[in-house]
Design a protein around this ligand. Structure first.
Ligand code: ADP
Length: 567
């Protein structure tokens, strides 16, 4: 972003320099033009006066008009020349002006296209750069404020700045989310003294986020969405949307998808589907805490507990309760299915129901927190890696030898060796927790952002064990990704926002599944795993073939970014 801003500033600065030079030269040209015209005007009127004078004398003296003296002939010729010049003066002026404007536009276009071309360079080397006219539209040399505030709104801005109206109350006070966001945007600029130019306000439905997705909005951040695919998974083709600003990522995943496709596709299995929440409760003694543990884990009590729990939603179904102790503190991990929702709200409500119910039998139970981190949400934790959280998925494919060579530009032997030394041994040496992969989180984050998932859950959702093995007499490559914690939903949260919903629609998993609740979110989890498989294939091949740096240089990335992707 910084680089882009600098580029645009440079374009604007160099444009204004060029324009200054052009203005100076055009001023001197205009001065000389006016002088020449003044001379010709004077000449024209003098000659015309002389000829008219001669004509009057000839009429008075009855001299025939066609008898001309040498001075009259010279005056006539001069008159004709000056008339020709003065007529062309207007023409020249117009032609000069229009050609000057034309020249400006052409040069600006060429100049901006040249500069923006450096941003585009390498994105698609085979394809021609965008036509200059499109580039001109993109570079906003004179930004126009997007939102023009009325005088009433300016009053409100002043009131918020002075503190008499709280910023958070704008939506409820005004009853207009967009207006509230525009006013807050101005307030932030005033209070911080920093410009928000570049942060768009227009083109977003602020009502759709109220009370659900984001508080105190001042605009929205744009993230480009690319597509990788088709991903051939379980006999179906998916075009996978990926929201990212990391060059190479989509291209690389796309290459992996191609390798999978021409090898006959990948297949995935959802091994487990359950969201977890684990409150922490405290007793006066460890013995008393253990009594609750045994009560909760007794299968005879499960039916009544699940009945209480399931009241939270028609989609919440309690699967298991596991409790672990730390002294007199008890951490109770509830696992439940949540239909097509990612399920954090649902499971939390169910847990609250159970805690309320337990309070009558265990009045000495002190609920310290609805979440005691044994859940474990948005943190790398062994409990998730071992037990799973959300959807646990395994996805596999057999990549043919010639595909490894031709599409991935690598060999089965070197891929298997690299996987063993990097993803398995290297990660073990680093003490990794769920990080036995090349860049699972790259793909997970990009799909999560595109489809409205909670991006913070990328932490455990990216846990992945990538395995590679030579099969079919060592000729072909068997690759698998095992991902125990893919936390996704197709209803609730950010999934209902317009652009995220469009991406879910592209995958055919938008909203709740009508046939079987949970089917859409499970399919989405398999797509995430399939895309990770594609990403692993491609990046591992690039590293094995030593292509990584080259491909990043091609895509105009700095060496810093290269090392980031290679992590
Ligand atoms: P989360 O629990 O992931 O935070 P929300 O609670 O925001 O999700 O959204 C889930 C809501 O969607 C619930 O109110 C639920 O009743 C509703 N819903 C409708 N259809 C489904 C479905 N097929 N699966 C899960 N929830 C559904």
């Amino acid at each position: 972003m910084e680089l882009h801003r600098k580029t645009v500033n440079a374009v604007v600065a160099s444009d204004s320099k060029t324009k200054n030079k052009k203005q100076q030269s055009s001023q001197s040209q205009q001065t000389s033009l006016y002088l020449t015209n003044a001379v010709f005007f004077t000449f024209f009127f003098s000659v015309a006066y002389f000829l008219l004078h001669q004509w009057r004398d000839k009429i008075r003296t009855s001299t025939p008009l066609h008898i001309l003296t040498i001075s009259e002939i010279a005056a006539g010729v001069s008159l004709i020349f000056s008339v020709i010049y003065l007529m062309s003066f207007f023409g020249i002026g117009i032609i000069f002006q229009s050609s000057a404007v034309h020249y400006d536009e052409e040069e600006d276009e060429a100049h901006i296209a040249k500069n923006s071309g450096s941003c585009l360079a390498g994105v698609s080397p085979e394809k021609p750069a965008l036509p200059p006219k499109i580039s001109v539209k993109k570079v906003d040399l004179a930004p126009v404020p997007e939102v023009i505030l009325s005088s009433d709104d300016k009053e409100i801005v002043r009131a918020v700045v002075s503190g008499s109206i709280p910023s958070y109350s704008l939506e409820s006070k005004l009853g207009d989310c967009k207006r509230a966001a525009a006013i807050r945007n101005q307030v932030v600029e005033r209070v911080t003294g920093r410009s928000l130019e570049g942060l768009p306000m227009e083109g977003f439905d602020y009502d759709s986020i109220l009370g659900q997705c984001c508080e105190m909005p001042i605009g929205f951040v744009q993230i480009p969405v690319g597509v990788a695919g088709p991903l051939l998974l379980d006999g179906k083709e998916y075009t996978v949307p990926m929201a990212t600003t990391e060059g190479c990522l989509v291209a690389s995943t796309n290459r992996g998808c191609k390798a999978i496709y021409v090898s006959g596709g990948a297949s995935a299995v959802v091994l487990r589907d359950g969201m977890t929440r684990a409150p922490v409760v405290r007793f006066n003694s460890a013995k008393r805490a253990s009594q609750l543990k045994f009560f909760l884990e007794d299968s005879q009590n499960f039916d009544s507990l699940s009945h209480i729990f399931n009241k939270s939603s028609r989609f919440a179904r309690l699967q298991s309760i596991k409790a672990t102790m730390a002294g007199k503190n008890l951490y109770i991990r509830f696992t439940c299915s949540t239909g097509d929702a990612m399920g954090m709200n649902m499971v939390s409500k169910g847990v609250q129901n159970v805690l309320d119910f337990l309070q009558s039998d265990f009045p000495d139970m002190d609920v310290i927190g609805i979440s005691g981190n044994f859940c474990s949400d948005k943190k790398a934790a062994a409990v998730n890696w071992i037990e799973g959280r959300g959807k646990s998925v395994v996805c596999e494919a057999v990549i043919k030898e010639e595909v490894v060579k031709k599409v991935l530009k690598s060999s089965v032997k070197s891929l298997v060796e690299l996987n063993m030394l990097k993803n398995l041994t290297g990660s073990a040496m680093a003490g990794a927790l769920g990080g036995f992969n090349a860049h699972s989180s790259n793909i997970v984050s990009a799909i999560y952002l595109a489809t409205g998932q909670d991006p913070a859950q990328n932490v455990e959702s990216s846990h992945c064990m990538t395995m590679m093995e030579a099969v079919n007499d060592g000729k072909d490559l068997h690759i698998s990704v095992t991902m125990p914690c893919i936390e996704v939903g197709t209803v609730g949260g950010g999934t209902q926002l317009a652009s995220q919903s469009a991406c879910l629609n592209l995958l055919g998993v938008k909203g709740a599944s009508k046939e079987s609740p949970g089917a859409n979110s499970r399919t989405l989890a398999t797509i995430v795993a399939g895309s990770v498989l594609a990403g692993e294939l491609s990046l591992m091949s690039a590293i094995a073939a030593g292509q990584l740096v080259k491909s990043h240089m091609k895509y105009n990335r700095s060496s810093k970014d290269v090392s980031k992707v290679a992590s």
